[in-house]
Write a protein that binds this ligand. Structure first.
Ligand code: FPP
Length: 236
């Protein structure tokens, strides 16, 4: 089993940050304004994550399928990413956040790639939270790339090449799908779907999702630790 950065007691949470567009349209604002509000939420959630026991946080910022969006929106998202990396760098260092960007880099601008490398280098000693931002990311592509890169194909080798398993997967915005996010890593993730649009998501919502996670019994395919009464077993 691969050794990961996080302690056993801390969680790996993945978040599909959905609902920026609908949040903005409901207020007569542009979709870009929704994404700007979404970046504010990222700041709040990153700050709150270690306090609720999250050691690794993977955020889905831009999927490989998001290139299909209108060029102006793609441009706004890429620009926001660059601004976030520059603006939040000091705060990440102060908060002990190690920042890493996952996904393809070959379709990003050289300026954004440089900002990513700077942020990753400046925060590499962060030990309180490992923040992974998925940009131009597709889980299916990542699995293919990992399979091509391992010497011998096995569950352990592929798992190590891909990254830490996800404990808790949160999707905001009311939709209930995985949208090509961390498909392998979510094999036994607990899924929490929230109707809250991402710009309205806050520390309390994150804490509530973690509480829901902690209340669930994770069996990983095994039988429950305490035998259930027949009726409960039937209902399960
Ligand atoms: C989905 O909402 C959200 C995105 C495609 C982008 C998420 C990006 C951010 C929160 C900002 C950039 C992030 C960082 C880390 C700097 P949507 O636009 O699909 O919303 P809709 O479903 O309401 O249309």
């Amino acid at each position: 089993m691969a050794l990961y950065f996080t302690k056993q007691s801390t969680l790996h949470a993945g978040i599909i940050m959905d609902g920026n567009g609908r949040w903005a349209l409901a207020r007569g604002l542009s979709r870009a304004a929704g994404h700007r509000a979404g970046v504010e939420t990222v700041g709040r959630v990153v700050e709150a994550a270690p306090e609720v026991g999250i050691g690794i946080l993977t955020l889905f910022a831009f999927s490989s399928d998001n290139w299909r969006r209108p060029p102006a929106e793609v441009d706004a998202l890429m620009r926001l990413m660059g601004i976030y990396l520059e603006k939040e760098l000091g705060r990440c260092v102060n908060q002990g956040v190690r920042l890493q960007v996952i996904g393809r880099r070959d379709r990003l601008t050289p300026a954004l790639c440089a900002a990513i490398s700077r942020a990753e280098a400046a925060t590499e000693r962060g030990s309180k939270l490992w923040l992974r931002i998925a940009v131009d990311y597709s889980a299916r592509d990542a699995i293919l790339a990992a399979a091509r890169g391992v010497a011998e194909l096995s569950l352990d080798a592929l798992g190590s090449a891909l990254g830490p398993p996800v404990d808790l997967l949160i999707r905001t915005g009311g939709e209930r799908r995985l949208s090509d996010f961390l498909l392998w890593e979510c094999a036994y993730a607990e899924l929490v779907f929230s109707r809250t649009m991402w710009p309205d998501f806050g520390a309390q919502d994150l804490a509530a999702a973690v509480r829901e996670f902690r209340g669930r019994e994770r069996r990983f395919g095994a039988v429950p630790e305490k035998p259930m009464r027949l009726r409960e077993a039937w209902l399960d």
